[in-house]
Ligand binder design. Structure first.
Ligand code: ZN
Length: 261
C-alpha cells in the first residue's frame, strides 16, 4: 500500500544574510534546502529541529546561493543537485531542462530559465504546486539580467508564467516592498497591486516573509509578467520608453526602467 499523500509540503524559510531566504523542505525527519548561501543558519536549524539534511538544491552559481554547499556537504554527507555548470563545486546530480529531480520522494520538473545567469534553473513540483525559482521571478519583480539578454529573460519568465495559477512561488530574496514600489510607478492604477502593497507592508511590519506568492497573483501585479497590459504599454509611451508592443519589447522597456532606478 502507498503511504498517505501529504496534504501540503512542509516548507519554511531560513533567513540568511540581509534579505535571502534559504527554503527548507521537511519530510519525515529529513530536509532539503534550496540555495544555502551560508551554512551556519542551516546547521543551526538542523540541530534545533533534530533533522537530517538529505539534499541541497541549487538554482544558479551566485555565491549567495552556493556559499554554504562545501561546509554542509562535509558536515552531513548530503547530496547536491543543481545546474550543469563547472563553476559550482560539489554538484552530484546535474540537472537540465526536462529532467525530473527526486527530492524527499517528491518529483520536481526542471526548467532552464536563463537570463539572470546563463545556468539558472527552476524546479517545479506539479503534484504539490510548488516552484523554487531562485533569482528569476520575485514577488512583484524579477532578477537583474546579468548574463543573458532581455529576450532570453522574458522567454524564461514566460515559462514560469505558464505554470498553473495556484503554483506557490518560492524565490530567494525579500525584495518585495522595493519591487512593489517600482511596480506602482509602472502601473499606478492596478488595484490588485495597490491592495498587495498594503498587505505586504503589514506583513513586513509584523516581521513576516512576503514569500511565497503564487503565479496567479504575480500575473495580476508583477510588471515583468504583464507585457500584454494596455495600462503598462500606455505608461511606457507616456514615459517615452515604448519601443514596441511585443512581449520582449515591453519586458525590455520595463526592465531597463527599473535598472536605472
Ligand atoms: Zn543571483
Amino acid at each position: 500500500m502507498l503511504p498517505p499523500k501529504d496534504l501540503f509540503m512542509n516548507i519554511a524559510p531560513i533567513p540568511a544574510f540581509s534579505d535571502n531566504y534559504i527554503w527548507m523542505l521537511e519530510r519525515d525527519g529529513r530536509v532539503a534546502v534550496v540555495d544555502p548561501g551560508d551554512a551556519n543558519p542551516v546547521l543551526a536549524v538542523l540541530t534545533e529541529r533534530g533533522v537530517t539534511l538529505d539534499t541541497i538544491i541549487i538554482t544558479h552559481h551566485h555565491f549567495d546561493h552556493t556559499g554554504g554547499v562545501k561546509t554542509l556537504k562535509a558536515a552531513t554527507n548530503c547530496r547536491v543537485v543543481g545546474p550543469d555548470n563547472p563553476k559550482i563545486e560539489g554538484i552530484d546530480e546535474k540537472l537540465v531542462d526536462g529532467d525530473v529531480a527526486h527530492v524527499l520522494g517528491y518529483d520536481f520538473d526542471v526548467l532552464e530559465v536563463p537570463g539572470h545567469t546563463l545556468d539558472h534553473i527552476a524546479l517545479h513540483c506539479a503534484d504539490e504546486s510548488v516552484l523554487f525559482c531562485g533569482d528569476t521571478l520575485f514577488v512583484g519583480g524579477c532578477g537583474r539580467v546579468f548574463e543573458g539578454t532581455f529576450p532570453m529573460m522574458q522567454d524564461s519568465l514566460a515559462k514560469l508564467a505558464a505554470l498553473p495559477p495556484e503554483t506557490a512561488v518560492y524565490c530567494t530574496h525579500e525584495y518585495t516592498l522595493a519591487n512593489l514600489a517600482f511596480a506602482r510607478k509602472v502601473e499606478p492604477q492596478n488595484e490588485h497591486l495597490l491592495a498587495h502593497i498594503e498587505a505586504c507592508e503589514q506583513m513586513r511590519t509584523e516581521g513576516l516573509a512576503t514569500v511565497p506568492s503564487t503565479i496567479g497573483q504575480e500575473l495580476r501585479i508583477n510588471p515583468f509578467l504583464r507585457w500584454q497590459s494596455p495600462a503598462i504599454i500606455g505608461q511606457l509611451k507616456q514615459e517615452g520608453r515604448h519601443t514596441g508592443d511585443s512581449p520582449p519589447d515591453v519586458f525590455a522597456a520595463v526592465r531597463g526602467w527599473k535598472d536605472e532606478g
